[in-house]
Design a protein around this ligand. Structure first.
Ligand SMILES: *Cc1c(COP(=O)(O)O)cnc(C)c1O
Length: 403
């Protein structure tokens, strides 16, 4: 019997029981809905829900559906593969994909009305080529560098790109739907780079118009700029982190959306002087109890958090001690009575004193985005619905259009 057949033969209840026994990432879709409304109500134009990296680790389709039901009208992702996956889940809202290698297959995007960002003449040529072969018009957004020296076209190449796009548009191969930029320092609202970046963006739009393009959607702001810099909002704001409760500008109270829990696998009594884990980097100071959690750096627990991190067990904060291993970590629970099977909360909204994602980020010397997108695939996701169970959330709102 093949391994696959053996697996099939296993009783579902056993498989299910083992699946349910492990760590869980609970995604609060009600909080995502509330966060979406904060943005939708604040901005004059359209809201694009950015659901790249599997919806910042929360599940791209679930975040997308929740956002679309609460005021977002566009979706944004990096790759065409991510966009196509949303289409496969029956999402019909407009989608923009903004980061693809020149040899990416554009055809599925053109087929299913996925807009693609174009940052260079080479990318434009690839899109025109695909559209020509298909006898279709590709929808594109020209992407200008506004100060990151990263994924948009440098100012020195912008006019040439716009002229080439204008020719392609006249030839019926593309429709230039938008011009996009991105700000480097928006999480620091007072940074002078924000004004420099916005001016660069306005200049890019002016150049596009000067060569005859009429982009309907000018978009520059992501979460921080949307919250702190009204002049950067233009026709559409691309918001990702904010939907999942992260405000890099630290100006707005958003709802935390994630709770990560894990069962205690075992508990041991140890005397003072007991070295713990790889490399013996920690030695117990006194007699204590050590609890084992089945979560490690392969599950997104940052190895660099060792020595600072805490989890919550039975309402008490307990230190993570020794090195974080690939699959497990050890918690010093002191004299608190803890039994195998008890549930440890790694992070959550903080209502019960548990650590927040922001604390984990500071323990690891990183940002919250890094923590939430890093939670590994073997951690089971539970979606806590935003609407009463049984109510469909896959309704697609009409696209708010601007003329
Ligand atoms: C990730 C990303 C966004 C979303 O940024 P947040 O700060 O998470 O809202 C917007 N635009 C681009 C180009 C991005 O890469």
């Amino acid at each position: 019997m093949s391994a696959a057949a053996l697996l099939d033969a296993e009783p579902t209840t056993s498989t299910e029981r083992n699946r349910r026994a492990g760590p869980v990432l609970a995604v609060d879709l009600t909080a995502i809905a509330a966060n979406t409304r904060v943005f939708a109500e604040r901005i004059p134009g359209a809201l694009m829900a950015v659901v790249k990296a599997d919806g910042f680790g929360s599940g791209a389709t679930a975040v997308a559906q929740t956002a679309l039901a609460n005021g977002a009208t566009w979706l944004g992702v990096t790759s065409i593969a991510e966009a196509v996956a949303l289409r496969s889940d029956s999402i019909t809202a407009p989608i923009l994909s903004w980061l693809n290698p020149v040899d990416a297959d554009i055809a599925p995007a053109v087929h299913t009305w996925i807009d693609v960002a174009v940052p260079s003449a080479e990318h434009l040529a690839a899109v025109v080529d695909a559209a020509t072969r298909m006898g279709r018009t590709a929808r594109i957004h020209l992407h200008a560098d506004c100060g990151l020296a990263r994924d948009g076209a440098p100012a020195s190449q912008w006019r040439r790109l716009c002229e080439a796009a204008s020719r392609a548009e006249r030839g019926g191969h593309v429709l230039v739907v938008g011009v996009m930029g991105h700000l480097a320092c928006a999480d620091q609202p007072d940074d002078p780079a924000n004004l420099v970046g916005r001016r660069a963006f306005e200049q890019a739009v002016a150049t596009a118009r000067a060569v005859g393009l009429r982009p309907q959607l000018r978009h520059l702001a992501a979460t921080s700029a949307t919250l702190t810099n009204p002049a950067s909002r233009f026709d559409l704001c691309r918001v990702g982190a904010g939907l999942v409760g992260i405000d890099p500008s630290n100006t707005t109270s958003l709802r935390p959306t994630l709770t990560l829990t894990a069962p205690v696998v075992s508990v041991r009594d140890v005397p003072a002087g007991t070295p713990v884990g790889y490399g013996h980097t920690y030695v117990t100071a006194g007699r204590t109890q050590l609890a084992l959690l089945p979560l490690g750096y392969a599950d997104g627990i940052p190895r660099l958090s060792a020595g600072r991190a805490e989890v919550s067990i039975g309402g008490a904060r307990c230190r993570v001690v020794g090195r974080v291993s690939m699959d497990q970590l050890v918690v010093d629970v002191g004299s608190t009575p803890v039994r195998p099977g008890a549930v440890a909360t790694v992070f959550g909204p903080g209502h019960r004193g548990e650590p927040s994602v922001a604390e984990w980020a500071s323990w690891a010397g990183t940002i919250e985005h890094d923590i939430v997108t890093g939670i590994g695939a073997r951690v089971r996701r539970i979606l806590q619905p935003a609407t009463p169970i049984g109510v469909a959330v896959d309704r697609v709102p009409t696209v708010r259009s601007r003329s």
